[in-house]
Design a protein around this ligand. Sequence first.
Ligand code: ATP
Length: 369
Amino acid sequence: MTQIELRGVEKFFGEVQVIKDLNLAVTDNEFIVLLGQSGCGKTTSLRAIAGLETIDHGDILIDGKPVQHMKASDRDIAFVFQSFSLYPHMNVYENIAFPLRATRMNKADVDEEVQTVARTLQISHLLDKRPSALSGGDMQRVAIGRALVRRPKAMLMDEPIGALDAKLREEMRAEIKRLHLKQGSTTIYVTHDQVEAMSLADRIVIMHEGVLQQVGTPSEVYSYPANTFVAQFVGSPVMNIASASVSNRAGKVQVAMEGAADGFSFPSELVNRLDAGGAARGDLTLGVRPEGVLVEHEKKDGYLPVVASIIEPLGSHDIVDLRVGSQVLRARTKSGFVPHAGEKVWISIDPSQAHFFDPANGNSFGVRL
Ligand SMILES: Nc1ncnc2c1ncn2[C@@H]1O[C@H](COP(=O)(O)OP(=O)(O)OP(=O)(O)O)[C@@H](O)[C@H]1O
């Protein structure tokens, strides 16, 4: 059982505040991913939990006990870095055994633990090799093995597969997930790669400029982004974000993008929901993922004529840029559906896939149809 909690954690480097009032409760066996752009404070947060960095304010609790004044070595937390940080003069067996030898465990028990971890990570055949003879993926397996072998209370991983090439990253991602399902240890994992975050996390913590933006399951942050930052950070290609206005004329609700003569038709309940969500009538920020932009060759009720400007063929589907008023919406279509740039098509927005944000602060009104 390991729970980790951060309460009002703040951290300054000189004058610069890099963590601002961070509150987070990680439950036992949970796989939490800290996600955000470079410099948003992910690594500093992780290092603070491990005790590798001090904090200026707040509490860090492990199993309910404040640990912010405790030495890193007393927190019983394992840390896996992006650089593999193995001892080059030791073979794989000795690297994995090292943390156990430091606890003066007897030789037979050390051997049993090392062999078990090696089997779990499928590196038994590498035990007598030196790190220099290993591939990047195997080096990281060994680093993870060395972290796991002493059965820490929690595993902290800082971009552990960031230095590997794309194919190997995908493989290692699956392995880390398998390992977590098998071992079930409380894990906090840092990455700037949203695909990695979505595929590994029980819950994702999205950070921006030292401020936590949203915590949720991958499907929660994808389907109900709390603000435009999260909306555009999670999902690929990114969600379209556009200035728009909502009008209600003669019982017909229209959502018009800035600069467009006409609007898209929306069910009339949208206005009631936006009112209930606290949105002022009129201008707002519309968000829609490319799969929520509907494209037809022929005129249909509620559709607007537009011209395709750029087509990106991606094999399984295309991404088509469509100019609407002064803005561009990106749509996901079947491959070849819009054959050429310059093609005139008709588009609408699937009301059930529309998001509405406050243009003043980017926060979601929490309204979905
Ligand atoms: N030891 C330090 N001294 C001064 N500033 C630091 C130190 N460590 C980090 N910073 C600054 O704190 C901010 C947050 O850094 P941090 O490494 O936590 O971000 P990150 O989101 O993990 O980014 P990255 O993915 O690039 O590591 C950055 O602006 C960074 O330059």
